[in-house]
Every structure is written in C-alpha cells, then in structure tokens.
Design a protein around this ligand. Structure first.
Ligand code: MRU
Length: 351
C-alpha cells in the first residue's frame, strides 16, 4: 500500500536488517522499525510491532534468514536449530509462522543464499495470495453491501492487500461502493486503530463500532455479510482467529448472515484434526487493563481503563467451528469449510 506517496509492504528485509511498519504506533505515527538480529525480530513479533498471520509469517521467515547469516560455520546447525525454536516460541497460534520457519530452516541447511531466497519468496507469496483472495472474494460482494470485519486482516496483516480486507479493496476498485463496520477489537484495538486507518487511506466508507454492537446491527439488518481473517485453519475447517470472531459467527448464524473466513493456503494446518488441538496464545493481563494512545497535543499516554488490582484474563484467539462458516475465501478459490474441500484445494487448487 502507498503511504505518503511511497509503496510499502508490512515487513521487508534490507541487507541483514528486517524492517517493519511499527503497528504499535499506528494510526498516530508512521514509523519503520528495524531489527538488526534475529533475536530483535523475535522480540518485535512477540511485542506485536508487526502482527497478523501473514506478516508474522514474513517476519519469521526473515528472522530465520537473519539467523542463517549470523551462524558461524563451526556451530551453524546448533545455532540454526536454536534460532528456529526461538522464533517458533514467539507466538504459537498463527500457522504462517511455522510454515515460514520450517521452509527457511530447510533452505538454510543448504546455503545462506538459499535461505534468503526462500524467505523472500514467502514474503512475496503472501502479498500475491492477498491479491488473489481479493479477486475471488470480490465475486461475493454486491453493490453497496454493508460488510462487518473483526481485528485487522488488511495489508498490514498480510504484507499487501490483506485477507478479509482484500475483497473489499477489490470491490471498491470495481465501483461497488462497499461500506464497512469495523469492530474495535479489544483488547489491542486492531480494528479501531489499524483497519480504520487502512480503510480511511483507501477512501472506503466505514464506521468503528465498539465490540458490543455487532449483534445489535445484525438484528437490525445492517450487516449483509461478515468477512474475517484466520490465524490457523485445521483439517475439519475449524478456524482460529482474533478473540471475538466466534461470537460474530454465532450471531451471524442466528440471523442468517453469511460468515466468511479469508485466508491463504499457508494458513491451513492439516496436521491438526480439529480446533480443540490449536494452541491459543495467552497474553499479558495488562493489555486488558491498560490503554495506550496519544492526546490532542500529540503526547503518548498509558492509562488504566480497569481496576488495577483485579486480575484479567487475555486469550488472544478463539476457535470458530466449521459449521458456522459459510465459506473460506482462499488464494485458490472459495471453498466450504470441510475436510474434503480443504484437502482438494491444497492438493490441486481450483480447476
Ligand atoms: O494478534 P494479531 O493482531 O496478530 O491477530 C491477527 C488476527 O487475528 C487476524 O485477524 C489474522 O491474523 C488474520 S489476518 C492475516
């Protein structure tokens, strides 16, 4: 996407430095954050300086490539294995991270050049997959549709274009005038901060809603369709995505509203049979109790928005059962959330 007239990806590599748009500073400041070592890139993933399954995958791929450059000949294998485990331990839920690390690690066993090439391929593939998802997903969007989305599954989350937002960008380009309800997405507000920022800069009409509003809008026939991204889709179609996705799917099901997941093939994990096997990341309780932002004078503040002495519980993702999902918009076509269609598309692609 273009920011201030310059084209950016969410994450990229320059020499041995991993660069990323600092998503913790958006929408208040646009900053490029540099990670000089794979350990610094790991901290950046954990701290969510970059976030969203695809961008996490690209950052993980580049981190593994950095480790390959850092490794000395004598102990290269040990170093690479430790780096692989370190990267895998940053965030457990997004499948793209594991897909990326595995592929770059295998390439690194051959040569540094090979690792760098595969890491770049993974980042490029992620961006291209987003474009394809947009083309397929656009076919579902009719003129003036009101679409609800959760979290941020735009270009910041998938390198370019996005997963859930990509069909909306394609529909806008096709002149269909989509309108977007943007879930705030507590506790880190990826919707209110990042999705709203992306849509504003793409001139797409939208309104931010607090997380409690979605079902009310659905009941009042103000939502024609829901599209969210995914962090991991397992063999039976159960899908992990940002906490709160499940409650949107349940309400959509009750009110007969189509509920779509958008994700590239690299988000599928056929090694797990169902959603109960997905590890859900638990994050620091302070994300629930504290909020950070800028005041009107441009000064950053962090304030408590909850009783500081209470404990808080902060699971980052939930699992939406396959039966609540109308379809999955992938980079190879739109499928039903069932084992047969998932296995077929991964093996053959849409014919
Ligand atoms: O915790 P985050 O912000 O990394 O979670 C992101 C999401 O849940 C997105 O909806 C998901 O990654 C799909 S976008 C590629």
């Amino acid at each position: 996407m273009k920011v201030n007239g310059k084209w950016y990806r969410a994450v990229w590599m320059e020499g041995n430095v991993v660069c990323m748009i600092n998503q913790n500073k958006l929408p208040f400041e646009f900053e490029v954050f540099n990670c000089k070592t794979h350990k610094e890139t790991c901290v950046a993933i954990k701290d969510m300086i970059t976030r969203g399954a695809g961008s996490i995958g690209a950052a993980a791929a580049f981190a593994m490539a950095q480790a390959t450059i850092e490794a000395t000949k004598q102990s290269a294998n040990d170093y690479l294995m430790q780096a692989k485990l370190r990267i895998e331990n940053t965030r457990p839920t997004a499948q793209n991270l594991f897909y990326a690390v595995e592929n770059v690690y295998n390439a690194a066993l051959i040569s540094v050049e090979n690792a760098l090439r595969i890491a770049q391929n993974i980042a490029d593939e992620c961006a291209n997959d987003g474009k394809k998802i947009g083309e397929y997903g656009n076919s579902l969007i009719k003129q003036n549709m009101k679409i609800l989305t959760h979290c941020n599954a735009g270009w910041l989350a998938l390198q370019d274009y996005g997963s859930a937002l990509s069909p909306i960008y394609a529909a806008k380009e096709a002149g269909k005038n989509p309108f977007v309800w943007v879930d705030e997405t507590r506790p880190r507000n990826q919707g209110a901060r990042l999705t709203a920022w992306e849509l504003y800069h793409n001139d797409i009409e939208h309104k931010i809603i607090s997380d409690n509003v979605a079902a009310f809008l659905m009941k009042n026939k103000e939502v024609d369709m829901i599209i969210t991204g995914a962090d991991r889709i397992v063999a039976n179609g159960d899908t992990a995505n940002k906490i709160g996705t499940l409650s949107r799917a349940l309400a959509a099901n009750y009110f007969g509203i189509p509920f779509y997941i958008a994700a590239p093939i690299s988000t599928f994990d056929l090694s797990l049979a169902n959603g109960n096997e997905i590890e859900i990341e638990l994050r620091d309780q302070n994300e629930v109790k504290l909020a950070k932002g800028k005041d009107a004078e441009g000064n950053w503040h962090e304030v408590y928005t909850a009783f500081p002495d209470s404990n808080a519980y902060n699971p980052a993702f939930d699992i939406t059962p396959a039966e609540l999902i109308t379809g999955i918009i992938t980079n190879k076509g739109i499928i039903k959330a069932n084992t047969l269609e998932i296995k077929t598309i991964i093996k053959n692609g849409i014919q």
